[in-house]
Design a protein around this ligand. Sequence first.
Ligand code: AMP
Ligand code: MG
Length: 649
Amino acid sequence: MTNTPSPRDRDSNEQDQFLTILSREDALARFEAALLPRAVPSEQRPLADALGCALAEDVVAPIDVPPFDRSNVDGFAVRSADLASAREASPVRVMLNDEVIACGTAPTRPVLSGTATPIATGGPVPRGADAVIMVEHTQPAGHRAIDIRRAASPGQFVSYAGSDIARGEVLLRAGTVIGSREIGMLAACGIAEATVARRPRVAILSTGDELVQPGHSLRPAAIYDINGAIVTAAITENGGEANFLGAIADDEAQLESAMRDALAGSDMLVLSGGTSKGAGDVSHRIIGRLGKPGIIAHGVALKPGKPLCLAVCDGKPVIILPGFPTSAMFTFHDMIVPVLRRMAGLPPRSDAKVNARVPVRIASELGRTEFVMVSLVEGADGLIAYPTGKGSGAITSFAQADGFLRIDALADQMLAGSETEVTLFTPHVRVPDLVIVGSHCTGLDLVTAPLALAGLTVRSIAVGSLGGLSAAKRGECDLAPIHLFDEKTETYNTPFLADGLELVSGWRRMQGIVFSKGDRRFEGLSAEDAVRAALADPACIMVNRNQGAGTRILIDRLLGGARPDGYWNQPRSHNAVAAAVAQHRADWGVTIAPVAHASDLGFIPFAEEHYDFALVKARKQRPAVQAFLDALASEAGRAALQQAGFRPA
Ligand code: AMP
Ligand code: MG
């Protein structure tokens, strides 16, 4: 099975490539086989610019370090044999020679028997002397003489020439990555330039009509180019010389010309987007025309990252990363970084790994190697790894994640309670001081702000109210924010508490109907009347909430069994409801007041939701928990909540 298209049957082959999904291991093996082995070109770099580069050849010491026998202390250069009988009670008197050897002063007079020469730390030991006596063990004895109160062994306080680095010795081996210590060793030998592996020049292009560069304003339906920035940084982090060339529209001719230009001046080309078979996805079609052998793998059994496309054009790797930023990053790190580092002469990455237990079952697609980002918290017996993924389109999962775990292609799930290995994004585990697991609310950030200022780290993991309660019952968090309505008692939260948990009142969030300001179907009505008006107008479209959300219970009550147009549009957040109405994809929905006001929408308040905290009693005395409770009760905390539209309890 080869994946090399020929111009003649390009179209039929493309179909093949897309249907032929290779395993991660197969794809990597083929990609490496097409690229390696390859010579790593080298270049001379001044030391200051060589940081992070790999030495291309062994460095042999051209001189001895130190270059001469050197005194390690301030004192006197002596002949040790003269001082054999020196004691505290019976000092030996010697005459001082007529010179002082400071640092950088070459001695001119020999030390003859019965004499000594004053010498500074770092001064060259003069002819005849074989030891140095510390000034503290001597005292002046009249004109040009001293008494020495200690004997000296030969070589005492002398560093001999070449004792640190000997001329001709291999100082640093080829392949050593240059850090500040290596720069110090090279400087000690007087070496100002190093021959290093030349950083591979990597051109980066983003593709998509919808992309706008950060710093410019967004037009409707556009998004910011995220991949351009992260891929550029990740290439620099892994020894490449990144050259970001911007985002190109989904236009075949324009893209082909940009790709040809980019490739001409580079060792490698990394694109992102346009690799699926969606409308306008054209980059993979161009690759076949750029050089041989062309596409090596298009479609890899990875999740996220299936549409990854790997190619080699006349010896140069050409990669199209999937468009979704998390997919782009995982495939880049897993499949591209190893090749990039080989090209840069760098050793493979050695990411830190830890063992952790997963608290929930993680479903996985059979046949695809799956990467799941996780947040680490400290459980009763070891680390717990919470999946943070919000789907391959989410970028914040990076910020919340400490690392990722891997689910084998042959597994269809990872069971709750499984031990697994987590690859860390940082060199060490950073266990947060305060762990909040449950329903997220923007008010939380206002309350935890002073903790961050006090140097406490706060990790908030959004898993919904019920997920938070389970975590609290297992003792995996300090606090679980919840807003659960009990229909039987018609009260919030308290009925859901279990042993070991206590309720800390948080704040009230006004729920209400959002609509575009000026919409006469809603303006000035009560919630019940507004819904009646909406149901009476067949052109009116609603936006619902997901099953399980507290807000959904309210919506279903308002609708009284009706299923108007838009009912099946069920986003998972308050913000998504506001965005749908603000962008006129829906005419009304239910959200909370602060979110409605932030989007400048009309709002009909009708019910207050209680957002409280289930506190794990066993963790109540922790300093970070106390700091949180203080912040929640503080005047400043309450004022900040009020300012944002919440009502502190
Ligand atoms: P594509 O593979 O081009 O169909 O892209 C898949 C998804 O990723 C679409 O939602 C794109 O808008 C998005 N996407 C593609 N490139 C980028 C980028 N550079 N930054 C952020 N999102 C992107
Ligand atoms: Mg695209």
